[in-house]
Design a protein around this ligand. Structure first.
Ligand code: PLP
Length: 379
């Protein structure tokens, strides 16, 4: 089996699972309990919080653990929109390349009459149209939510620089960054001191457990909680903490910080794949040559339906991701690709191959072989 779907979930190594288990074995308590086992669990949670914060150049108290980045994105947008009602600032800006957790939340908030969700287009290179975004930032705009590194194209939006420009136009604006796919892939140590007010993260994209995420929220910025209850996470995210997940997140945060080259093999594999695919005129690569995180390839093959390619990958034991949703057997075009100006057929038949720490150039060669065979079969 070749796993080439790291952007969906980067697998946990056995060593990592063992490390998590070892730490957990010594702390079965509830981190809110005052007895020794509770205190031990709390210590683990706080160590992890510090590790995540260090990756962002942030303070530990600016990190709030959540169940996933989907929750973090929902939390921030719902909380901000409820505040917007109290003032005339009603526009929420998002890009056309946002993850569904931002896109669908923004749409729902608009439907509930809580704000006006304005979608900013993308340039053909996959980046948000910064000029168009900034043109929309006025006193009626209460927040911007922008994806940092794109989960499909890998394209990086200059989130921190855009936040600076946006705040020149409206200093009260809240700038949120969906940094799920940049964490561990880019140096984010400047984020804590940047103009970005909040950001979402998820452990399973960097080899941690699934079901644990966090929200970075700058100190002093006020946010209402999404969940009420026991007052965990400094009263902002009630619910007993997922200690196993948090321990895992902390370990992986420490790991990616201490091993900044941990994805070098993934980048080499990705480069190899793109070299091979660029030789095939039927292949439409939806990734620019520069300005990406460098571990993902998003493409369509002219004349080859996606289902045929997926079947070939399945048969060869290679796990890749379909680049668009499939409604009743008919692939619907990928929204990011449509926004980049890719024609509808190619946008509906896209595939994503994403590499991780375990990937090799041989994996890339196998992926390329499958595509090549499909192209040869066309003749
Ligand atoms: N944002 C981006 C850019 C993502 O890639 C993902 C996951 O695919 C999410 C948010 C949601 O993350 P989670 O799986 O933790 O809910």
């Amino acid at each position: 089996m070749i796993y080439a779907d790291a952007n969906a979930t980067h697998p946990c190594s056995k060593e990592h699972l063992m490390q998590v288990m070892e730490l957990l074995a010594s702390s079965q308590g509830n981190p809110s309990s005052i007895h020794p086992l509770g205190r031990r669990a709390r210590l683990l949670v706080e160590q992890a919080r510090r590790a995540v914060a260090e990756c962002l150049g942030a303070q530990a108290k600016e990190i709030y653990f959540t169940s996933c980045a989907t929750e973090s994105n929902n939390w921030i947008l719902q909380a901000l929109a409820s505040k917007a009602l109290e003032s005339p600032q009603q526009k929420l800006l998002i890009s056309a390349g946002e993850h569904s957790s931002v896109r669908m939340t923004a749409a729902a908030l608009q439907q509930q009459g809580l704000c006006k969700a304005v979608t900013i287009g993308l340039l053909p290179n996959g980046k948000v149209d910064t000029e168009a975004l900034l043109a929309q930032v006025d006193e009626d705009c209460f927040a911007v939510s922008l994806i940092h590194a794109h989960n499909e194209t890998g394209v990086i939006n200059e989130g921190e620089a855009i936040a600076v420009e946006a705040k020149k136009r409206n200093p009260a604006l809240w700038f949120h960054l969906d940094a799920v796919q940049s964490f561990g892939k880019m140096d984010l140590r400047g984020l804590g001191k940047s103009a970005v007010d909040s950001a979402s993260f998820s452990a399973h994209k960097v080899g941690g457990l699934q079901g644990i995420g966090c929200l970075f929220k700058k100190e002093g910025r006020i946010l209402r909680p999404l969940f009420l209850g026991g007052g965990q996470e400094r009263k902002l995210r009630s619910g007993t903490q997922n200690v196993a997940g948090i321990v895992s997140f902390g370990l992986r945060a420490r790991y990616v910080q201490e091993n900044p080259d941990w994805l070098d093999t993934a980048k080499q594999a990705n480069q190899k794949l793109q070299q091979r695919l660029r030789k095939l005129p039927q292949v439409l690569l939806h990734v620019p040559v520069a300005g990406t995180v460098g571990t993902v390839t998003f493409f369509s093959v002219g004349g080859v339906p996606r289902e045929r390619l997926l079947a070939a990958f399945e048969e060869a034991g290679i796990c890749v991701s379909a680049g668009s949703a499939c409604a009743s057997g008919v692939p619907t075009p990928n929204l990011t690709l449509l926004a980049m100006g890719v024609e509808a057929w190619a946008a509906a038949h896209s595939l994503r191959v994403s590499f991780g720490e375990f990937s090799t150039e041989t994996h890339a060669e196998h992926v390329a072989d499958i595509v090549e065979k499909a192209v040869v079969a066309l003749k």
